[in-house]
Design a binder for this molecule. Structure first.
Ligand SMILES: Nc1ncnc2c1ncn2[C@@H]1O[C@H](COP(=O)(O)OP(=O)(O)OP(=O)(O)O)[C@@H](O)[C@H]1O
Length: 256
């Protein structure tokens, strides 16, 4: 397994937020972590990275990221947080180039290759025309793609993405999901993403993990996890589940 989590438990503010969470993501797979607001999805990603204290076992590409120095960790796993603090005044290009910092020697400068990688990533995300724009002059969706650009510039074999499409229009949602999928297929990337759009999750992920109140309520292929009953029980929503392309589930809301 490239990402392996066993019995993960996290307490925040004296309250258990995750308990007994396990997850297995084989090399080259796409796992989507779904669940209602407050279920613990972001906490799961952050504790896998070691950004929060957690009990239990975590292995990412054979290493426990919690024991690695930030620079070492950034060569193993890239993380795109949901709402990062972006340094005001920095350009889109320079921010993307930060993704190359784990490869730049201390007191050294970025190489021509680092700049070329940053440029390529921006091009793939439709951001070339924004390269010289300051981060505080972007729309929410543009900002979200820039955060993904920085993560992709790290060129790690594992990507952890927190809600990568939440601020994107439908065209950019498709573009970002397709890009991640192409990278997964061409470079064997292992992707773990939280995502609210259940149909999108079902279209792209091999496997879903449904978190509810800090525990794994269900996991497995999209067709097994995205059932009408499970959505009603854990999201308190009435949906119709139809069979979509490739037999994958497509959900639509049913008005009561
Ligand atoms: N620093 C903190 N101290 C106390 N409780 C916290 C802290 N951070 C998060 N929580 C709580 O932990 C729970 C899980 O939060 P988390 O952000 O992981 O949920 P989520 O599933 O990602 O939610 P959403 O879908 O709304 O983004 C929530 O109930 C939240 O209020």
């Amino acid at each position: 397994m490239t990402v392996e989590v066993r019995g993960l438990g996290v307490e925040l503010g004296g309250r258990p937020v995750l308990a007994g969470v396990s997850l297995d993501a084989p090399a080259g797979s796409w796992t989507a972590v779904i669940g209602p607001n407050g279920a613990g999805k972001s906490t799961l990603l952050r504790s896998v990275l070691g950004l929060l204290p957690a009990e239990g076992e975590v292995r990412v590409a054979g290493e426990d990221p919690r024991t690695l120095k930030p620079r070492q960790r950034a060569r193993v796993v890239a993380y795109a947080p949901q709402a990062p603090n972006l340094p005001a005044g920095m350009t889109v290009f320079d921010y993307t180039l930060l993704g190359r910092s784990p490869y730049i020697p201390h007191l050294g400068r970025e190489s021509a290759r680092d700049r070329a990688i940053a440029g390529e990533v921006l091009e793939r995300l439709d951001l070339t025309s924004f390269a010289d724009r300051s981060l505080d002059q972007l729309s929410g969706g543009e900002r979200q793609r820039v955060v993904l650009a920085r993560a992709l510039a790290q060129q790690t074999s594992v990507l952890l993405l927190d809600e990568p499409t939440s601020a994107l229009d439908i065209g950019h949602q498709q573009q970002v999901m397709e890009l991640i999928d192409r990278l997964r297929l061409s470079d064997g990337l292992t992707v773990v993403t939280t995502i609210h759009d259940l149909t999108l999750a079902g279209q792209y992920a091999d496997s879903l993990v449904l978190l509810s109140a800090g525990r794994v309520a269900a996991d497995g292929p999209p067709g097994e996890v995205l059932t009408r009953d499970a959505i009603e029980e854990h999201f308190d929503a009435r949906v119709h589940v139809a069979e979509g392309p490739g037999g994958r589930p497509v959900l639509s809301l049913e008005r009561p």
